[in-house]
Design a protein around this ligand. Structure first.
Ligand code: 5AD
Ligand code: SF4
Length: 476
């Protein structure tokens, strides 16, 4: 086995300490060695997890393209495979480990460089496991080590050693990373990196570092270029968009940023993710002011019981949360609201779970991402003793989803027979004559149409509701 050249190893503890991030504006340089190597070669990327990871993969794709690799959708054709991992729950990690495992046999048959990056490698336990039991992995890069890809690749190709470049000691902002966007009409734009909230169950602040806000002028320049290139929809991204700017010298609040971006006049503008503790009604004022801001709000509640919310470190009560929903719906009656909910947090009682059901009934969500609590080693909640059986957690999970389905279906019914603008996303995977798109409130609608319409905003009449999607017909 080749030896591992360790430039830097991860540390969950260290990641929570680093505060003074710098912004770098230098361009990535590619050596002629790498350019020669990449000629005629292909890369393949697996991406797990949230939009932040998907955006990072676009940067990896950008750098690999700049080196000279071509993208392939067929793993058999790949000379370089990059797995961008997620650590938010155990099953996400198992999926990535499965992929790494599967590539072992593949690598025995052909020469392939295997790179593993993303949140999972930021955990020392997982990186040690990969180094010990997965010799097929050639390069390990941390969440803030995208810039190191060319150097790490060159060092690996020249020495055949395994290269480890995972920094938990510094987290910065890199403004000039090359980028190959996955879509020609929908774009994600980071406004912050990392998170300062430290919800007790969550690994993100340790894997992505403390919050760093991008300078407003850099965000506006990126959005302006996207509008010029004809993008139909921009989503501003942050783990907690409402705390944008709090770490900047010149304090700017998210409502101001949103207002400035909306003025650039793209057809659709959205943002993810809002935090009930930091959400301000100024944001709703800005949403109302601009027709292009989508009437959609993702506002994770996580739980409906005040004691559980407190132990989770969420810093709001169920009443405060419902007051926000009320204010939002009063200002924008047609808005769709989605949420994230965790069931089975350590020692959650049946009565506490029922408080979550009660809140869900009151909030009348349009959609929800629901999860069974997954202990993340290194977080405070993982140290708590838990007296709830996994069986009970699954039972609660099913019960919660039954309730959500009823609500979603009821909300959807109010859309039937109405006509809405729809941004066409793609041709249906199962039926080539069908298109799939999204209403401005983010609901999915499927309808018959020509694939030429992909990327355009068309008018669709809603005919049926199927809980997770709607069926409609194109209006000429
Ligand atoms: N277990 C289960 N779900 C989690 N989430 C974050 N950490 C955990 C965990 N340890 C969920 C939260 C968050 C979403 C992205 O993932 O609901 O909002
Ligand atoms: Fe995790 Fe809480 Fe930050 Fe969201 S706000 S990323 S749940 S720590």
């Amino acid at each position: 086995m080749h030896k591992a050249i360790v430039h830097s190893l991860p540390s969950l503890k260290m990641a929570r300490l680093h505060r003074d991030a710098k912004t770098f504006y230098d361009e990535i340089k590619i050596t002629s060695f790498l350019k020669r190597y990449a000629k005629g070669k292909h890369y393949y990327i697996y991406t797990h997890g949230c939009q932040a990871n998907h955006r990072d993969s676009e940067h990896y794709a950008g750098i690999l393209t700049k080196i000279g690799f071509k993208k392939t959708e067929d793993i058999n054709q790949a000379d370089l495979v990059l797995i961008n991992t997620c650590a938010v729950r155990e099953n996400a990690e198992n999926k990535a480990l499965g992929e790494i495992g599967n590539l072992k046999g593949f690598k025995a048959k052909k020469h392939l460089t295997l790179i593993v990056t993303g949140c999972m490698v930021m955990e020392e336990k997982l990186t040690n496991e990969i180094l010990k039991t997965y010799p097929q992995v050639d390069i390990l890069l941390g969440t803030d080590d995208i810039v190191h890809l060319p150097n790490a690749l060159e060092e690996h190709l020249k020495t055949h050693n395994r290269i480890v470049e995972i920094h938990s000691d510094v987290f910065n902002i890199h403004e000039r990373l090359p980028s190959l966007r996955a879509s020609k009409f929908k774009a994600f734009v980071n406004i912050t990196y990392g998170c300062d909230n430290f919800c007790t169950y969550c690994i993100v602040p340790y894997t992505r570092g403390r919050q760093r806000s991008r300078d407003m002028k850099d965000i506006l320049a990126e959005c302006k270029a996207l509008v010029k290139a004809g993008y139909q929809e921009i989503t501003l991204l942050g783990q907690n968009v409402d705390s944008y700017g709090l770490d900047l010298k010149r304090k700017i609040r998210f409502a101001t940023l949103l207002d400035e971006v909306a003025k650039l006049d793209m057809p659709r503008l959205s943002f993810l993710t809002s935090h009930p503790h930091d959400f301000s009604l100024d944001i709703i004022k800005v949403m109302k002011r601009h027709k292009n801001i989508m009437p959609y709000l993702h506002l994770p509640v996580q739980a409906g019981d005040d004691r559980i919310l407190k132990i989770m470190g969420r810093k709001y009560t169920s009443k405060e949360y419902l007051n926000i929903i009320k204010a939002v719906k009063t200002a924008m009656p047609k808005i769709a609201i989605s949420t994230d909910i965790i069931v089975g947090f350590p020692n959650e009682t049946e009565a506490q779970f029922r408080n979550t059901l009660k809140l869900v009934k009151a909030a009348k969500y349009d959609s929800a991402f629901t999860f069974i609590y997954s202990p993340r080693s290194g977080t405070p909640a993982a140290k708590m003793k838990d007296n709830v059986s996994y069986q009970d957690k699954v039972k609660r999970f099913k019960q919660l989803n039954e309730l959500l389905k009823q609500q979603m279906s009821k909300n959807n019914e109010s859309l039937i027979n109405h006509v809405f603008p729809v941004l066409v996303d793609d041709v249906s995977k199962t039926n080539k004559t069908m298109l799939t798109g999204r209403l401005a409130n983010n609901k999915i609608v499927n309808f018959k149409g020509n694939k030429k319409l992909v990327g355009q905003i068309v008018k669709v009449k809603i005919n049926e509701e199927h809980i997770y999607f709607l069926m409609g017909s194109l209006v000429k």
